[in-house]
Design a protein around this ligand. Structure first.
Ligand code: BGC
Length: 242
């Protein structure tokens, strides 16, 4: 099946048509830059631009950086509070004229890695963490997704952990890779105490630079970079849109 996968993030909306049988992108991804917080008008226009770019008329799957239940948007970390309580699928369906399904962005990346990437065939506890503007998480046991886990929002010193250990936090505080990895170690220690994963898959842009910082990590679980890297969000969104 061919589905247009759209990955909505705090700094860009990215999309591409995906063959959901193979997980392959059928065209080069199209990227629309945005600023966070992002208004609903700007966000809807960005999704419309991606749909028009591919002249798309089929099903659309959207990974969105918030809790998503039955297409309704819950608490939003970085994109902007204006999105909260919106019926996301109705909004994007109206804007594109296409059938739309939505899922949390990290859950989408997790689905893609479990089906086509390093999580393939794993039946034990697997956590995928995406380090970007925030920290996204997807939790699996027996290959089944536990949706909307939001492990990036575990409180740390009165704030969500993502403020302290996301990739954006590294840039904000101008940390060296080893200094940032120390923060990630604190975070992964808490994640391990909570859910005892056997495998931690790291996604987001920093997964491509794993040689710079994985060597500093101290975990019980095996830590591996996402095989699909930044495409995982698009591929997983397409899987959700089937
Ligand atoms: C949101 C999550 C999202 C993550 C990564 C967090 O701020 O609460 O839903 O998965 O950012 O985008």
């Amino acid at each position: 099946m061919k589905v247009l996968g759209i990955d909505i993030g705090g700094s860009a909306f990215k999309g591409a048509p995906v063959d959901t049988k193979t997980g392959r992108l059928l065209a080069e991804r199209h990227r629309v830059e945005i600023d966070s917080p992002c208004s609903i008008k700007t966000g809807v226009a960005a999704v419309r631009e991606i749909v028009r770019h591919f002249n798309w008329q089929g099903p659309v799957g959207i990974g969105f950086p918030a809790i998503i239940k039955n297409g309704k948007i819950g608490e939003v970390g970085n994109l902007g509070h204006c999105w909260e309580q919106q019926n996301g699928t109705a909004l994007f369906k109206r804007a594109t004229g296409c059938p739309v399904k939505m899922i949390n962005d990290a859950d989408a990346a997790g689905l893609a890695e479990m089906k086509f990437g390093v999580g393939r065939g794993r039946l034990d506890t697997v956590v995928l963490l995406t380090f970007g503007t925030g920290i996204g998480s997807a939790l699996f046991f027996h290959g089944q997704l536990f949706p909307n886990a939001e492990l990036g929002h575990i409180p740390w010193k009165g704030k969500p952990f993502e403020r302290f250990a996301s990739a954006a936090a590294r840039k904000r505080a101008r940390l060296e890779w080893n200094q940032w990895a120390e923060r990630v170690n604190v975070y992964l220690g808490v994640v391990e105490r909570l859910v005892s994963p056997e495998l931690i898959i790291v996604g987001g842009g920093v997964s491509k630079k794993s040689d710079l910082w994985f060597k500093y990590l101290k975990t019980n679980a095996k830590v591996v970079p996402a095989k699909l890297h930044n495409d995982a969000g698009i591929v997983g969104a397409a899987l959700a849109g089937e």
